[in-house]
Design a protein around this ligand. Structure first.
Ligand code: PSU
Ligand code: MN
Length: 325
């Protein structure tokens, strides 16, 4: 066992967000100097995940999108904090070469709570999902995180429920996303979020967004008309003492929304291929994303990029408002 795991086992320190963590955790979680500095100065920071780079989008488009997401934040004077597992560390804040590596290597493990320890222990390359990025954000003291869409309850199999829902139930981080992919059971996912006490704030909408489309009419009870209002609601939830994550659900811009019929046909074709291919576990979502893109003639892939970048912009604006106390 290495020294870093043996020393300071009983030393507890306050992290940047004011909660207590063990020093040995701190030494496995490496937060870049720039991000540490920004958090210390209460400047806005937005966490970004890496599974959408390694498993969600094809290469080299994935690298362009990941770098573009960072530059959108920088243009807003917000510090990007892309998370990944590299050389035995949970890293928060990557350089462009590391982003390129995640986007081009075939050896990246999709990492959630159930295999985070294993990827750290074996020092392999790992991409963080919504769940593990929320964990990285929480441990670093980052309050806002942008992604494409969260995982949820899978269609046809109530037993396949993404650990993203557990993370949302357990970790106080705001996840800015375009709702849930229609490869999942969206009404059941919304019910699960309600049961877990996770607020779903519709951003300029009262309809739950469905990733590639603006949504088919599942009503939301909370709406924010601008970033400031979203930040006010997010803060109040935590200030009262609730500890869950929260969703800011941002619809894909209307003009970029894919036709509902095209999505439905592509999803049902892909779901039947899934059954034939015998794909299981955490390979299901990446398989379906790829198939839906093929079946829609690339329309959903284009929309996926648009919605990610739109969410990043909104997350940056929300983080600025969160930082304005
Ligand atoms: N958003 C995207 N593309 C993705 C994802 C989100 O636009 O690939 C990833 C996230 O990392 C999320 C994961 O956590 O999909 C869901 O995987 P699963 O259903 O296996 O929990
Ligand atoms: Mn699953």
């Amino acid at each position: 066992m290495e020294n870093r795991l043996l020393i300071n086992i009983f030393v507890i320190k306050k992290n940047l967000s004011g909660s207590y963590i063990c020093v040995n955790e701190l030494s496995i979680i490496k937060i870049s100097d720039e991000i540490q500095e920004a958090l210390k100065d209460k400047k806005p920071v937005v966490a970004l995940e890496s599974t959408l780079i390694s498993h969600g989008l094809p290469s080299p488009l994935n690298i362009d999108v990941a770098l573009k997401a960072e530059s959108i934040l920088r243009d807003l004077q917000v510090v990007p904090a892309t998370a990944a597992l590299i050389d035995g560390y949970l890293r928060v804040g990557l350089n462009p070469e590391e982003i390129e590596l995640l986007g081009s290597s075939n050896e990246v493990t999709k990492t959630s709570f159930n295999n985070l320890g294993e990827v750290i222990a074996n020092k392999t390359l790992g991409a963080t999902t919504v769940a593990s990025t929320m964990f990285a954000a929480y441990k670093s003291g980052i309050k806002v995180f942008a992604t494409g869409g969260i995982g949820g309850v899978h269609r046809g199999s109530d037993a396949d429920i993404s650990a993203d829902l557990k993370a949302l139930s357990d970790l106080p981080v705001a996840v800015v996303c375009a709702g849930v992919k229609s490869i999942l059971d969206i009404p059941k996912t919304l019910e699960a979020l309600e049961t877990l006490g996770v607020p779903v704030i519709g951003y300029k909408t009262d309809i739950f967004p469905e990733f590639w489309t603006t949504g088919r009419g599942l009503k939301l009870k909370i709406t924010a008309s601008e970033a400031k209002e979203a930040a006010r609601i997010l803060k109040a939830h935590w200030e009262i003492g609730l500890k869950t994550g929260q969703l800011v659900a941002v619809p894909i811009p209307e003009e970029k929304s894919v036709d509902q019929k095209i999505v439905e046909d592509a999803v049902s074709e892909s779901l039947s291929e899934l059954a034939e291919a015998g794909i299981t576990g955490n390979a299901i979502s990446p398989f379906l994303l790829k198939k839906v893109s093929e079946a829609s003639g690339g329309l959903t892939l284009e929309a996926n990029v648009d919605l990610i970048l739109n969410n990043v912009q909104v997350a940056g604006e929300v983080a600025i408002q969160m930082a304005n106390d």
